[in-house]
Design a protein around this ligand. Structure first.
Ligand SMILES: [Zn+2]
Length: 245
C-alpha cells in the first residue's frame, strides 16, 4: 500500500505529488519547539523528498474551522503561512500546500482535469463544521471543479477503535449528519468511539465525490509509531504536503 522514502510516506496511485512526514523525520511544529532551526531543516528535507520549493509553499495555520482559502493562477497572491484556515486549494503549477497533524486527519484532493489540488485538516471540530464539504464547494466555486472529477486521499489519523469521545462530540455530529451507525460505535463500557475517516467519507459522498474515488490510507496515528499522536503520548506534528501539477 505504501512506499517509504527516507521517512516520507506516499500512497502510490494517488494522482498528485504528495507525502506525509513521519516520526523518523522528527516533529514539524515550530510552536514550543526547543530547536526551531532543526524544524526548518526537516521541512527542507520533506520538500526535497516530495519535490517542491519550500519558499513558495503555503502552510495552513489551523484552528479547527471549516475555513478554506484558495490560490488561483489569475490571483496567485499568497504567503508562507495562511492564518486561521483548515483547508487550502490551488491550481498554480508547482504550488505546494502543507497542513500540520497529530491525530487529526489530512485529506488530500486532486482534480486532474483542471490541475487543481487541495489539502484539508479534519478533526472532530472541523468535521462538525463540514471542512471537507466546504473544500469541495470552494474548489467548485473557484476553479469549476466537478466533485465527480475529484480523487480524495484520507491520510493517517486516529482510527475508530482508538478514538474515544464524549457525548459533547458524538451528539452534535449525529444530530447534524445522521446515519451515526456509519461513524459512531460504543465500546464495552458504553462510551462512544468516533471513526473520523468514515465520517469524512460520508461527507465527501454527500458533497458528490464518487465513493470509488475516495481512498483511506488506514494508518492509525495512535497505534502506528510512524506518526505523532496526542493520544499515544508521541507529542509533535507531522506534515501532509500536496503539489499542484
Ligand atoms: Zn487505532
Amino acid at each position: 500500500m505504501s512506499i517509504e522514502l527516507a521517512s516520507v510516506v506516499i500512497v502510490p496511485g494517488f494522482p498528485a505529488r504528495h507525502g506525509f512526514s513521519t516520526t523518523a523525520m522528527g516533529s514539524m511544529g515550530l510552536t514550543g519547539s526547543p530547536d526551531p532551526k532543526s524544524v526548518l531543516e526537516r521541512r527542507q528535507r520533506l520538500a526535497a523528498e516530495v519535490g517542491f520549493d519550500l519558499n513558495l509553499a503555503l502552510f495552513a495555520v489551523q484552528v479547527h474551522s471549516a475555513s478554506v482559502k484558495t490560490f488561483s493562477r489569475t490571483h496567485p497572491q499568497g504567503a508562507q503561512s495562511v492564518l486561521d484556515t483548515d483547508a487550502l486549494g490551488t491550481d498554480l503549477p508547482g504550488q505546494a500546500l502543507v497542513t500540520y497533524h497529530a491525530d487529526c486527519f489530512p485529506v488530500l484532493f486532486a482534480d486532474q482535469r483542471r490541475g487543481v489540488v487541495a489539502a484539508a485538516h479534519a478533526g472532530w471540530r472541523g468535521s462538525l463544521k463540514g471542512v471537507v464539504s466546504q473544500t469541495v464547494q470552494a474548489l467548485h466555486l473557484t476553479f469549476g471543479t466537478d466533485p465527480q472529477d475529484l480523487e480524495v486521499l484520507i491520510g493517517p489519523g486516529i482510527c475508530g477503535r482508538c478514538y474515544e469521545v464524549g457525548a459533547e462530540v458524538a451528539q452534535p455530529l449525529s444530530a447534524q449528519y445522521g446515519r451515526s451507525e456509519r461513524y459512531l460505535a460504543q465500546d464495552a463500557g458504553g462510551r462512544p468511539r468516533l471513526d473520523l475517516a468514515a465520517l469524512t467519507r460520508l461527507q465527501l459522498e454527500d458533497a458528490g465525490v464518487p465513493s470509488a474515488r475516495i481512498r483511506a490510507a488506514g494508518w492509525c496515528t495512535k497505534e502506528d509509531d510512524r506518526w505523532f499522536s496526542h493520544r499515544a503520548g508521541r507529542p509533535g506534528r507531522f506534515l501532509a504536503a500536496i503539489v499542484a501539477p
